[in-house]
Design a protein around this ligand. Structure first.
Ligand code: KG4
Ligand code: ZN
Length: 391
């Protein structure tokens, strides 16, 4: 396909971050080049922390409120002037219909975005799913609004493909991931091993049969009285703990397949803490965190290495929020070096590992090169799953 530079706006609202990013991309599918121009987000962590987890209705309202301010930040350096002509009434009516469930967002758009001249954008990429239904819808409808207003093509992107593709932002420009590859995609909603023959040619090798690993980190975090989301806090606490202090199970380690299970591990930690008084838990907090983390990571690392061997891959990719965990990065990296010599290891920086919109824009470019098209008139969000907040 064509080989000219385009700017892509990414929008991601699948969970509790309102994220907008701007990238520039050129090159074909074998040698794509990416330039990260802006990567902004407004986190709702403080708001949801009170409830110990993400509340979909609150997330939706916060996205509605934050989308325009975050977009404005992203467009700051584009130096857009106020358009001399006043916005067309007819077009505004179309947008009002598109945003009929988000009247505040419509007002915000009308006041702050509609009067601006059209930015130099070749594509708008938005997370279509998986995620929280109401949260996804706000992002999708906002992206449709921009697409209609500026007459710019739009593409719906799979959130997990974004997590995987973001690795491209960090490798040498004009080079590609070495395929075949194996991705360990680990987040608050997913734990998957994906065999990637080439872009868009994916095979799910294994996945969790119950909780996602990030979810397990968050639940143990809650159990230990740590702020939400628990993952980064457990990692920090574990640094001062002894990972051998408690012997927690490594579920499915020898199951003979590449599936995972984290609910048994979570229950084992729960039972252990039930045997303890509050003071004992407090005293042993760091050891519990370290022992839990070691058990969870050992399963992830062992299965990734076995699958990489069986599928004879040229590279291993880490993806998703849990990829921000330094112990996971270190452990997997060391094992790859030891057991899979010559295999490349790609891992995202912390900012690109957890939810962001640069990853959606990156995957958007790949899909655009693939010749995909969609239409703001008919585009929909996936219905979305409701996160199970039970312990
Ligand atoms: O990809 P992500 O930002 O959002 C989802 O798509 O779910 O992942 C969020 C998950 C949360 O469960 C969070 O606790 C976990 O990633 N996480 C971590 C770390 N940083 C984020 N888990 C372990 N260690 C970390 N450093
Ligand atoms: Zn994610």
């Amino acid at each position: 396909m064509e080989d000219k530079k385009i700017k892509i706006l990414g929008i991601e609202t699948s969970c509790d971050d309102t994220a907008v990013a701007l990238i520039e991309a050129e090159g074909d599918l074998n040698s794509p080049k990416f330039y990260l121009l802006k990567n902004e987000l407004s986190s709702q962590i403080k708001m949801h922390a009170e409830y110990g987890g993400v509340v979909p209705g609150l997330a939706k309202r916060a996205h509605s409120k934050n989308l325009v301010p975050v977009l404005k930040k992203v467009l700051e350096d584009e130096n857009l002037k106020k358009d001399k002509e006043s916005p067309s009434k007819e077009k505004l009516r179309t947008i009002e219909t598109l945003l009929e469930r988000e009247p505040e967002l419509f007002e915000d758009f009308k006041k702050n975005i509609a009067p601006l001249e059209k930015p130099d954008l070749g594509l708008i990429a938005v997370t279509q799913g998986p995620g929280l239904g109401p949260a996804l819808w706000v992002g999708v409808n906002f992206a449709r609004t921009l697409s209609a207003w500026w007459d710019i093509p739009i593409l719906g992107i799979d959130h997990m493909e974004g997590h995987v593709a973001v690795n491209l932002l960090q490798i040498e420009k004009g080079s590609n991931i070495e395929f075949p590859a194996l991705a360990l995609a680990v987040s608050g909603g997913h734990t998957q091993l994906i065999f990637i023959k080439d872009w868009f040619d994916y095979e799910l090798v294994g996945e969790t049969l119950d909780d996602a690993v990030g979810e397990a980190f968050d639940k143990i975090g809650r159990l230990l009285g740590l702020p939400f989301p628990g993952g980064p806090h457990i990692e920090k606490l574990a640094k001062s703990g002894d990972e051998k202090a408690f012997k927690f199970p490594r579920p499915m380690l020898s199951s003979g397949n590449y599936n995972f299970s984290f609910s048994g591990l979570k229950t084992a930690v729960l039972y252990k803490t039930k045997e303890m008084s509050e003071e004992e838990i407090e005293e042993n907090k760091a050891d519990i965190a370290a022992s839990f983390q070691a058990a969870a990571l050992e399963t992830l690392i062992t299965k990734t290495i076995s699958a990489a061997k069986e599928y004879n891959v040229d590279s291993v990719l880490l993806a998703g929020g849990v990829a921000a965990n330094k112990e996971l990065q270190k452990g997997l990296g060391q094992n790859i070096k030891k057991e899979l010599s010559g295999t490349r290891f790609y891992l995202p920086s912390i900012k690109l590992a957890t939810d962001n919109a640069a990853m959606i824009a990156t995957a958007g470019y790949l899909r655009y090169l693939h010749g995909e098209k969609s239409d703001w008139k008919t585009m929909e969000a996936e219905s979305g799953k409701v996160i199970n907040e039970e312990f």
